[in-house]
Ligand binder design. Sequence first.
Ligand SMILES: [Mn+2]
Length: 266
Amino acid sequence: MSTVNSKEEVIKLLDDAYSLFESLPTLIELPNKPRVLFVGDTHGADDVTRKVFSEFSDKVDLIIFIGDYVDRGVNGVENLTLILSRALQEKDKVIVLRGNHESPLTNEYYGFKNEVSKKLGEDIYENFVRTFSIMPLAAVVNGYFCVHGGIARGLHSLDQVNAIQRPDVNPDNEIAFEMLWNDPREELDGFVPNIRGEGTYFYGKDVTLKFIEDNNLLGIIRAHEVADGFRFEMDNKVITVFSSRYHGMRAGALLLNNNNLETIFL
Ligand SMILES: [Mn+2]
């Protein structure tokens, strides 16, 4: 069951979310927490998101959503508004990062722009674009770099992430764009052009392990690719989490429980 909020409520929610995101750094650096839940692409699967909150809100210290709330699935509006509402209600517990689908580059082709138009009218889509443009890009918690796609060409230090200017609609900043679009491939070295298209890259094992070591990280937790819940690679230092249900895959979430990573199906 899903409820679409009224247009006025959605506009207010998007404005409030804009202010919240504007108050946060581009890279959110968090103190270590005993229990952290990481959620990957939900793509309109608001049933998964509801389950995340109903089953884990009271059991974990932090929930990090790693982008891609809209497009592909039919309940993008419901999914996104639920996540933004909870982030505003529980600012210290719910972290919302940007995915490559929080952008007009994808929404026209993968369904969200049409969905918004049908459910809320044509003139409100720009309010979504505005809020997407200010979303934080990454977080660090308990030694894990958390980002939708991953590392980027020219990104050597975490400090560089905070130098990225927001708002940025597409985004146009190359490092920001690649952080949202790139994919890991452990059989490769360096950065190799990605089949996703112009400006996107695969990042290989050598550059990834160097980035992890240079920034004193334990690993990278990211989303962005379809998996049956999870994919571990590069000596288990790069973990993909997938939390939607399309392609017959199961929705997963990662629980960091006193520094042990546990896999969960929702
Ligand atoms: Mn993605």
